[in-house]
Design a binder for this molecule. Structure first.
Ligand code: NDP
Length: 253
């Protein structure tokens, strides 16, 4: 049996920001396996080359810092020239800083805001300039369970991810009339380098398993299906939504 044609994204070109490891790399692998030409992004050329070496298919790399406007503009222009017009953008690059708000410094506040929120604006705007002109495109912003709920010690992170949810809706409003669909994907607790301190904390790790209806931590591969759907023609009338892939955690107290 073959897959339904509505889910066929082979031949599309996709850029995944922050794909030298973790969730971004898994999403890039999924897109490559679905037949996309894939562009990996990160700040370190050697790490990116190693990541690209793990993937099969037509895989390229683009080294730029997603928080720096001029680098983003040059990076997107270079990708389109070298690889081709972007059909799909996944704004995935992000970071976590855990500290009580009273101890959270100004520099860290700006750093987390730049990395998790401003980056999606900068990369999204550069990609959408071109997508809206061509009349089609799919953008997926990687939000979070913490776009909806927060725990002590991660208020700045939750603030960036809550704002990213609203930016997703705003991008949908601005670019939808030009044929660009913008959605969010909200992972629950997923085992990666970003969550390593939590995974290694036996008590917290057990709490995650207890609180998640699926009874386990998420794996990076758990997120692939959602992104493939949001990037496909099957989602042509889906825009401004956040799809939570969290084993059910956002739905329960
Ligand atoms: P990781 O820390 O494992 O990976 C982060 C990636 O982002 C790396 O590839 C890193 O590349 C890249 N990156 C960071 N800053 C920049 C920058 N300024 N410019 C370009 N690339 C950058 O994180 P995860 O894979 O866990 O997280 C990915 C996304 O998923 C993030 O947005 C995160 O907030 C979100 N998320 C994660 C959850 C989880 O449980 N893990 C839950 C919910 C959301 P390099 O350092 O090589 O530049």
């Amino acid at each position: 049996m073959t897959a339904h044609p509505l889910f066929d994204i082979s031949g599309r070109t996709a850029l995944v920001t922050g794909s030298s490891r973790g969730i971004g790399l898994a999403l890039a692998r999924g897109l490559a396996e679905a037949g996309c030409t894939v562009v990996l992004n990160g700040r370190n050329a050697r790490r990116l080359a190693e990541a690209a070496g793990e993937l099969l298919g037509d895989v390229h790399t683009a080294v730029f810092d997603v928080t720096d406007g001029p680098s983003v503009a040059a990076g997107i222009a270079d990708v389109e020239e070298r690889v081709g017009p972007l059909d799909i953008l996944v704004n995935n690059a992000g970071m976590q800083l855990r500290a009580p708000l009273l101890e959270f410094g100004d520099a860290d506040w700006h750093r987390i805001l730049d990395t998790n929120l401003t980056s999606a604006f900068l990369v999204g705007r550069e990609a959408a300039r071109r997508m809206t002109e061509r009349g089609h495109g799919k953008i997926v912003n990687i939000c979070s369970l913490q776009s909806e709920v927060v725990r002590p010690g991660i208020a700045p992170y939750a603030a960036t991810k809550g704002a990213l949810k609203m930016l997703t809706k705003g991008m949908c409003a601005d670019w939808g009339p030009s044929g660009v669909q913008v959605n969010g994907l909200g992972p629950g607790y997923i085992e990666t380098e970003l969550t390593r301190p939590l995974v290694e904390d036996a008590e917290f790790s057990a709490w995650v398993r207890r609180r998640t209806p699926a009874g386990r931590w998420g794996r990076t591969e758990d997120l692939v299906g959602g992104v493939l759907f949001l990037a496909s023609p099957a989602a042509d009338f889906v825009s401004g939504q956040v799809l939570y892939v969290d084993g059910g955690m956002t739905s329960v107290l």
